[in-house]
Design a protein around this ligand. Structure first.
Ligand code: FES
Ligand code: FE2
Length: 448
């Protein structure tokens, strides 16, 4: 490691000239990273943020105005009016679009210029359009596709977007502000060992004491990205948890308060999230919190505490006083204090950081593929209404075996189950749990 210091009291010799890895952290228009992120649908704002007044938003380094017509259609357009550049955040929503406050130019959601009333005889406006992006409003979040229009993919519906268990199930949209680059927030999700330290041993039990058991971890590719397979011994049970990244910038995570006492198969997610860049040094974390009897049987979650700048778990945003943040830091404090853009050259890795390396490699490969006009992984088109995903928790009763190294045994469970889980993608969404239950019932590691 070229930044390692060779003895005590060597602070003076610390290198100060290390730079961020711009290729994978820049997000602005025209940058390789920005071009990559623009190939996937990105969340722009919560539906509740756009009512009768237009909303100024910044996404991928670009300022835009999001508005809703009086008939409910949503538009995402260039901020500055094409006439003489007044911001359309001061515009007036109409039944067909938005009208600039200054001289009344009138824009449709798709950027068509409908009227230029300060110059009624002038028909020039019919020859050009204002900048606009396609949008899709889905379960309380407004998404946009900001890539080239001829590459517009279908809006992807993941299997977990339709994962209901009972009439009390809820998907509550939320949006959290992080003053740092998107990649370091995404990386946190492929670093499951932090749960033992940050969330349990260091800050006290922020979720459940079972999180304090150091897992055996592996990272594997999935069709759309990667997942970590972390396996823990909990008394006589083996807890098989997978957490998934779908490229470029989506993650889903299982139950917050999992207590692996009861056997179960293929329990799905408690949280879906997009790490949606504002610019290089600011990110909006947006998605849904799931409330249902499967991921939270004891009802520890609080749907009323989730929304715009709200989350029902500690340390997920800047909502505490300084002392509490320092005494019991959470994900927010750990991640943003890595710096506005974490300097990768300064890091000192151990074996449990392999997932970080894998994620950076996948992101870099995607960025270069887009740059070179080649196929790249991004969220694919609709597949039977539900793209199969891989985040889940399963718990099986398998007491430790005499004379066998239990770490090796549970690692083997993880390896075999990951394979079965990947294969289960070809099973229809309604039958996948039963299929995996059957496979788990016959999964026994007896020798290595
Ligand atoms: S600046 Fe918008 S109509 Fe003139
Ligand atoms: Fe965490």
């Amino acid at each position: 490691m070229k930044h390692w210091l060779k003895g005590p009291y060597q602070g003076y010799h610390r290198k100060h000239d290390m730079q961020a890895d711009l290729e994978i952290t820049q997000v602005g228009p025209g940058t390789p990273g920005g071009e990559y992120l623009r190939r996937a649908w990105q969340p722009v704002a919560l539906s509740e943020e756009v009512q009768d007044l237009p909303l100024l938003v910044k996404i991928l380094g670009e300022e835009l105005v999001l508005f809703r017509t009086t008939k409910g259609a949503v538009g995402l357009v260039e901020k500055h009016c094409a006439h003489r550049r007044t911001s359309l955040e001061y515009g007036i929503a109409t039944d067909r679009g938005i009208r600039c406050c200054y001289h009344g130019w009138h824009y449709a959601p798709d950027g068509t210029i409908l009227e230029t009333p300060n110059s009624p005889e002038n028909t020039n406006h019919k020859k050009f359009c204002h900048g606009a992006y396609p949008v899709e409003e889905y379960k309380g979040i407004i998404f946009a596709f900001m890539g080239p229009p001829d590459e517009l993919p279908d809006f992807p519906i993941l299997d977990t977007y339709n994962d209901y268990h009972d009439e009390n199930s809820l998907m509550v949209p939320y949006s959290l502000y992080y003053p740092c680059n998107w990649l370091q927030i995404a990386e946190n999700t492929q670093d499951p060992v932090h749960s033992c330290f940050l969330h349990t041993k260091i800050s006290g039990t922020q979720f459940d004491e079972s999180w304090g058991v150091i897992p055996v971890i592996d990272w594997v590719r999935t069709p759309l990205g990667m997942m970590n397979v972390n396996v823990r011994r909990w008394k006589d049970n083996v807890w098989l948890r997978t957490t998934e990244t779908i490229l470029p910038n989506y993650n889903q995570a299982g139950a917050f308060w999992e207590r692996p006492d009861e056997e179960k198969a293929f329990q799905r997610i408690a949280m879906a999230r997009f790490f949606r860049p504002i610019d290089d040094t600011q990110t909006q974390v947006m998605g849904w919190r799931y409330f249902n009897n499967s991921v939270d049987p004891e009802g520890k979650g609080d749907a009323t505490a989730v929304g715009k700048d709200k989350m029902d778990a500690v340390g997920q945003l800047d909502d505490r006083d300084r002392e509490s943040q320092q005494r019991a830091p959470g994900d927010y404090e750990a991640i943003i204090s890595q710096g506005p853009v974490a300097i990768h050259e300064r890091e000192t890795w151990v074996s449990t950081d392999r997932g970080i390396g894998m994620m950076r490699r996948l992101v870099r490969d995607g960025i270069r593929a887009v740059r070179d006009g080649e196929p790249h992984a991004s969220i694919p088109p609709r597949l039977q209404g539900a793209v199969p995903t891989f985040t889940q928790d399963s718990i099986i009763s398998r007491p430790p075996l005499d004379g066998m190294d239990d770490d090796k045994v549970i690692r083997e469970y993880g390896k075999r189950y990951a394979q079965i889980l990947i294969e289960s993608a070809s099973v229809g969404p309604g039958e996948r749990r039963a299929y995996l239950q059957e496979k788990l019932d016959t999964l026994f590691v007896k020798e290595l």
